[in-house]
Design a protein. Structure first.
Length: 617
């Protein structure tokens, strides 16, 4: 059998990279290879249309092994198991306990208790944790930053009272003052001296981490992947340096740090992000000369993004979070939270939380993503992305270090300015449909109504008036501008009707009518398509009969010179007149008084805002 295989292989000559390039050049028929096929990412590097083994010859990542320094291929050697986590906001400890016990029977093995401003006490903790086997699951706790030490004391007392094996307590006690600074715009750096005290209180619990890096905040504020990665490393290094400077042993300090990272929609690049993150963090910790390489492991909790979630067509959020969850799982995270699909507009329901849990259970128990360690290893594309992301993120990390470290950058507002600028750019790209939001700025559901759904305001509680101000991140979901526009339209006395006056060339009129319906429905307009009219008079009469507020003429560029002006004149101001396209005769049409045009180069959002204004909305 082996001989047969060998003969089959000898019949084919492996083409060289140059032969592939020569073939592509022929197929492009003179088009520029760099412009047509090479993707310039937002992360600052190019992605080629294909990769071969020879492209990896200078990379070290393919030689790494799972469970071994620098952990690019994961922290485990024989499994890709991760914790299925669900967060619970604790308003009442008894109710939170009841909910925790319920979901632990439904596939969850990691609980995140968000305690907020709860009045902490031994009784509170006992009520919250009643009947929960803390040595069987992962449990994390987060209270107001000012009460982290108190919380740690209460938890340790409870663990000792219950007689738990210290090594079997897995989870975290959340402490991250810098996140408060970024989110709330208040300087809480005065809390940093509590960090070594917190580590000391929990030093006997090797799997209970307490110093958190919440770079998921950056992700949910619109950061590009390199920004989240580079800043997360600088953030973690700031805390590690603070602990070491305070006299904490480096092995203990590193083992108390945990990263909370977001997952965005870029499937393969997110897989590579987690691989690059472990690689770089291991190198950073190594510079502190820990006694054991195990201190260099990066523990990551991944949360699917809220930045790209939408209020309208909200079930599409399930598709977004599913691919994000897959990226996180294949990237080898420690634990994962799938954000419920209804998070943008309501407190999660039992239904949405169940679906979110099941999204993880499907990829774990049905698709077996937990069986294979680092399945992306050896993929020429993913290995390239891992290396490219690592290089770009390292540049950002070094830049922050050269400028005094992450805390100093946050106090100056450098980080916030960078992320906010990216957020503004991404909103601008969404407005122009350079960045697609399915169901919002591209292919909206024409007939969907909000039915009372309103975007939830940002929860910005916990501001202490005595704290000095620092710049804050300006979080706003990518779809928020379009949602505001559509809700404004929906609340108008009359929802505008846009009528497609299709005439002339069949292919062009159909294509432009489809484009125009898609364009105008982004504002929530009622759109009416048509099969075609023999004359412009017939089309205008039909439009007015249908109660049209907007008449969109859809034809070919050549035929606009014949049809557009007569249609505009016959309409005679009885409705807004729009030309679908940017024909060569546009100047002549403008001279005749036609001022509205929609085409692929339009800023969709600004155009629709202008139309609303003209319609008195």
């Amino acid at each position: 059998m082996s001989n047969i295989k060998e003969k089959l292989f000898t019949e084919f000559t492996a083409p060289t990279k140059q032969e592939w390039l020569d073939k592509i050049e022929v197929d492009l028929k003179g088009a520029d290879f760099q412009k047509r096929l090479v993707w310039r990412t937002n992360e600052g590097f190019n992605v080629q249309p294909f990769y071969r083994r020879e492209d990896l010859k200078d990379l070290k990542t393919p030689d790494a092994l799972p469970g071994e320094f620098p952990f690019v291929r994961g922290n485990k050697k024989d499994t890709n198991e991760w914790y299925v986590r669900q967060n619970i906001v604790v308003d009442d400890p008894a109710e939170a306990n009841k909910k925790a016990l319920d979901i632990l029977m439904k596939g969850v093995d990691s609980i995140g208790f968000k305690l907020g401003h709860a009045e902490l006490s031994a009784e509170f903790i006992e009520t919250l944790l009643k009947d929960i086997c803390l040595d069987c699951i992962e449990v994390s706790y987060r209270a107001c930053q000012r009460h982290a030490l108190e919380l740690a004391d209460l938890l340790v007392a409870y663990f000792e009272k219950m007689g738990y094996d210290k090594e079997k307590i897995v989870g975290g006690v959340g402490f991250d003052p810098i996140e408060r600074m970024l989110m709330k715009g208040k300087d809480t750096a005065m809390l940093l001296p509590n960090m070594p005290k917190l580590v000391e209180k929990l030093k006997d619990y090797p799997n209970l981490r307490c110093v958190m890096v919440h770079s998921d905040l950056l992700n949910n504020s619109g950061a590009y992947i390199v920004q989240e990665l580079g800043y997360a490393l600088a953030w973690g290094n700031e805390y590690l340096q603070e602990l070491v400077d305070a006299g904490v042993d480096v092995d203990l300090a590193a083992k108390k740090i945990k990263f909370y990272m977001g997952v965005s929609e870029n499937y393969f690049m997110e897989i590579a992000k987690f691989r690059a993150a472990r690689l770089l963090w291991a190198q950073i910790v190594k510079q502190y000369e820990p006694k054991c390489d195990c201190a260099c492991k990066m523990i990551i909790n991944a949360s699917t993004s809220t930045y790209n979630q939408t209020v309208f067509d909200s079930y599409v959020n399930l598709l977004r979070s599913q691919t994000e969850a897959m990226s996180a799982a294949l990237g080898g995270v420690h634990s994962m939270v799938v954000t419920p699909f209804d998070a943008p507009y309501e407190k999660a329901t039992d239904f949405s939380e169940r679906i979110a849990r099941n999204q993880q259970l499907i990829i774990k128990e049905e698709s077996h993503f937990d069986r294979i360690v680092d399945p992306g290893a050896g993929s020429y594309y993913i290995e390239h992305l891992t290396d490219a992301l690592a290089q770009e993120a390292w540049k950002l990390f070094l830049k922050i270090e050269d400028e005094g470290g992450f805390l100093e950058a946050v106090k100056k507002g450098t980080v916030q300015e960078d992320i906010n600028a990216t957020n503004v750019k991404r909103h601008g790209d969404a407005a122009k449909r350079k960045e697609f939001i399915l169901g919002t700025n591209q292919f909206p559901n024409f007939t969907e109504k909000s039915e009372g759904k309103e975007p939830l305001p940002c929860d910005c509680t916990c501001k202490h008036s005595n704290d000095p101000d620092v710049p804050a991140l300006k979080t706003s979901r990518l779809a928020s501008d379009f949602e505001t526009l559509r809700l404004t339209t929906e609340k108008a006395k009359k929802v505008p009707v846009a009528f497609m006056l299709t005439i002339g060339n069949l292919a062009m009129r159909q294509a432009r009518a489809q484009f125009s319906c898609n364009f105008l429905a982004c504002a929530g307009y009622k759109v009416i398509d048509n099969l075609g009219f023999k004359t412009v008079e017939e089309g205008v009469d039909a439009a007015l009969k249908a109660g049209a507020d907007i008449v969109v003429i859809c034809s070919s560029d050549d035929e606009y010179a014949e049809y557009a002006i007569p249609a505009f004149q016959y309409l005679d101001g009885r409705a807004m007149f729009v030309v679908a396209g940017a024909p060569a005769c546009m100047e002549d049409l403008k001279a005749a008084g036609i001022e509205n045009y929609i085409h692929v180069k339009c800023n969709v959002l600004e155009t629709l805002k202008e139309y609303n204004q003209k319609l008195g909305i």
